[in-house]
Design a protein around this ligand. Sequence first.
Ligand SMILES: Nc1ncnc2c1ncn2[C@@H]1O[C@H](COP(=O)(O)OP(=O)(O)OP(=O)(O)O)[C@@H](O)[C@H]1O
Length: 469
Amino acid sequence: MDAILEKHRQRQFQKEHQGPVPFHDSTEVTSLDRDAATTEVKDANSVTVIVNEKSYTLGMTPPIQPNISINLGISGDQWTACVSGFQEGIPKGDRSSVILCDDIFGASPIRVQKLGNLDGMHVRKNSLHDNWDDEHGYYKYHLGEVLDGHYRITAGSGKGVFSTVVQAKDLKAGKNDPEEVAIKIICNEKERYKSGKREVSVLEKLSSADREDKRHCVRFISSFMYRDHLCLVLESLHMNLREVIKKFGRDIGLKLTAVRTYSKQLFIALKHLKDCSILHCDIKPDNILVNGSRNLLKLCDFGSALPAGINVITPVLVSRFYRAPEIILGLPYDHSLDMWSVGCCLYELYTGKILFPGGTNNGMLWLHMELKGPFPKKMLRKGAFTTQHFDQDLNFHATDENLMMKKAVNKLCMNVKPKGVGAKISSFAGEDPKMLSSFKDLLEKIFVLDPQKRLTVSQALSHPFITGK
Ligand SMILES: Nc1ncnc2c1ncn2[C@@H]1O[C@H](COP(=O)(O)OP(=O)(O)OP(=O)(O)O)[C@@H](O)[C@H]1O
């Protein structure tokens, strides 16, 4: 009970202290981190940020807590990174941070900026929270309400950590416009606003590079401000894959033919992201939407997306169950991080179960090794966070409470024998054995621990499971 309360208190503290920091030229940063409270940075007096293959050490005073968060933001075409997560109890005026800026779209030189104190860190002003917001800054909509004189809310659609999503009717829809739209109403908080703006710029880029709407990323229609909330108007879809699994395949999963259809569409979406040099960084069933007949899928929620090539080394990028090992170990990452997450989703679609349900990053690494064997030593030597999980001889060191209970872990860590993903997948009556064996082969190639050897998106698109050949 005490532990739960402590966790809750820490989360609350972090919520209160997450926010844009005042920055030179009034540039501010926005949040990237979704679950910082579960991170495992043990020694965080400094953090490494790699941009365009150059690394920068961001020193910080005072020491930060394990629940560090790295925030990325965009202002014009300037990207910024900010590290925060300060120890409770330190006088506010003493907090400090370091910000790194880089114009990734231009040729301007990289600059590292040192900040002074973080006074004024709280950006949510009480005056912004009139009675149309709840205490967390979510908009309290009501059915039939007309937003911006343009969109009548017809139903609720979903709630994310940072937004409320509603279905609406476009009252001014032209002949060729969809009447039904989804509106993502971003929380009324300056940090969320900034992250929403970043999502808009990513969505615009993806939509404009796919005029024919064939690349399986949710269509962006427009955006507007309503009662201090940034609202994103998106094509309306029916439900997310988490709901599909729950409704049609709880604990047993979907038919392999359905998984094949979804796999192909997801790989096309990944290819589009690659062509646009964007990393999604939060692929999971909740962020994959399907249409009413469930034969068309679209990737959504680009609120954590990053431009490829910017490498903020943080152990909390991507939701934990779908987090690739290179993130946890603190290695540079690229498009292969999204491929790993897609592999986790495909397994979940077919089995109805989460493949790597680790309670901590340490637990996640153990599950990765249990499936695929020990990490290549070369990979471990390069990881910024390796020492948190491996001893000097690169033997796994279990710190996850659940793992420490298992005697087998300590005995086996020296010599992990891989199970292979195939062993975890059983066939169902009527399933084509050839298709099933190529599905297993596909997953085996996706879950390669070394990101450089992992299946690429082009290889995935020509894999026999997808082509049927
Ligand atoms: N275009 C859409 N059509 C229908 N439903 C949608 C649409 N976009 C989002 N939703 C629903 O709203 C939920 C939350 O959306 P989204 O993930 O974009 O918000 P978020 O605040 O960024 O969430 P989180 O950060 O928790 O992942 C989705 O899981 C989905 O159920």
